[in-house]
Design a binder for this molecule. Structure first.
Ligand code: KG4
Ligand code: ZN
Length: 338
């Protein structure tokens, strides 16, 4: 089947629209990043994000249709992210998708953002990778799933506090590096030693699972204060071991993600691991996951970087699967931050 679906994504700080045919073939993908609007604050400001989506979305959707060479009348459905995310941002996407579907009579499909990140990691696979373990690591989420199919996910573990990407963003701020922190910390880490500083790795007390990055972030802060929790935080230009801090911090995050994911794969007896979300762009994470996979005899799949970070291709892709399963939505479709 070759349904053509328009996907809309506005859950955080990317305004994105894409047209996908048959759930896999990308006819167009337009992503407008708001990075410049949030950079001076060191993180995403919800009100700025919502207003920016409101300004940009119709133009971005028009461009996605134009680049696909299609009009609204050529589509088979409109899919939109409904959760989780910033509520003011989600509402812009959902309202726009409703308006488009209402005006054209097309079916409306609501898509879960994290499940769509998992779907993104499957779109470039030659054969379906299910059942598998899926790790989603982004600025807002760090979660581990058992996935039976594109539509069946069981949550195995998630973060108790910060998301991995959020930790990168906060450490970047401490080191005086630009937002978003992932790429800038990772670039500086290349010049440092990953074993220079013994930052802690979280392990659940009862042998249970889960991730935690707030203790690591605090350990970085205390290290910068010379081990004195109450000392002032030095300005970035006075930090003499910035590259070592970046490399050792990055290594600690990667170790936690890799260990927990492979423990889950062992427990669940699954040989395929998908890694998705913005942090899946991280070079060290990709290398370590792949190395552990070959040691353990498990296949590790990463999407290309453009499909790791937020995009609408994954929304249109998973939207196609939902449409095929008859899971369309009514006009009461709601958005949710959770
Ligand atoms: O998936 P995404 O685009 O948005 C959310 O759904 O949150 O992920 C954005 C996050 C940011 O926190 C950013 O710092 C992080 O992904 N990120 C990275 C890298 N590239 C982006 N983290 C580590 N290393 C990278 N190379
Ligand atoms: Zn995301």
């Amino acid at each position: 089947m070759s349904e053509r679906i328009l996907g809309i994504e506005t859950s955080c700080d990317e305004t994105a629209a894409a047209v996908v045919r048959g759930g896999r073939e990308v006819l167009s993908s337009v992503v407008h990043s708001q990075i410049d609007e949030h950079a001076e604050y060191g993180g995403v400001v919800p009100e700025i994000a919502g207003r920016s989506h409101l300004r940009e979305l119709t133009g971005i959707a028009d461009r996605a249709l134009e680049e696909a060479g299609l009009g609204l009348e050529d589509l088979d459905a409109v899919a939109v992210t409904t959760r989780p995310g910033l509520i003011g941002s989600l509402l812009v996407g959902v309202s726009t998708a409703k308006g488009l579907a209402y005006g054209t009579g097309l079916p409306l499909v609501g898509v879960h953002h994290i499940e769509a990140h998992v779907y993104a990691a499957t779109m470039e696979c030659e054969s379906a990778p299910y059942p598998c373990i899926a790790l989603v690591v982004s600025g807002g989420h760090t979660a581990l799933y058992r996935a039976e199919s594109p539509l069946e996910h069981t949550l195995l573990a998630s973060t108790l506090d910060d998301a991995a990407g959020e930790a990168f963003d906060k450490v970047a701020w401490l080191l005086g590096l630009p937002y978003p922190g992932g790429p800038s910390v990772s670039a500086l880490a290349r010049e440092g030693r990953p074993d220079a500083i013994a930052f802690p790795r979280y392990r659940a007390a009862d042998g249970g699972g889960g991730f935690s990055f707030s203790g690591l972030k605090t350990a970085v802060l205390y290290h910068l204060r010379g081990g004195d929790a109450l000392a002032p935080t030095p300005p970035p230009e006075r930090i003499t071991d910035r590259a070592d801090v970046a490399a050792s911090f990055e290594q600690a995050v990667v170790d936690s993600l890799v260990d927990e994911t492979f423990r889950a794969a062992g427990r669940e007896e699954l040989d395929t691991i998908l890694v998705a979300g913005g942090v899946a762009c991280n070079r060290r994470l990709r290398e370590e996951m792949t190395r552990r996979g070959s040691e353990d005899g498990r296949t590790v799949v990463f999407p290309s970087p453009a499909y790791c970070t937020d995009n609408a291709v994954m929304i249109a892709g998973l939207g196609t699967e939902l449409l095929r399963a008859g899971r369309t939505c009514g006009w009461d479709l709601d958005a949710s931050p959770r």
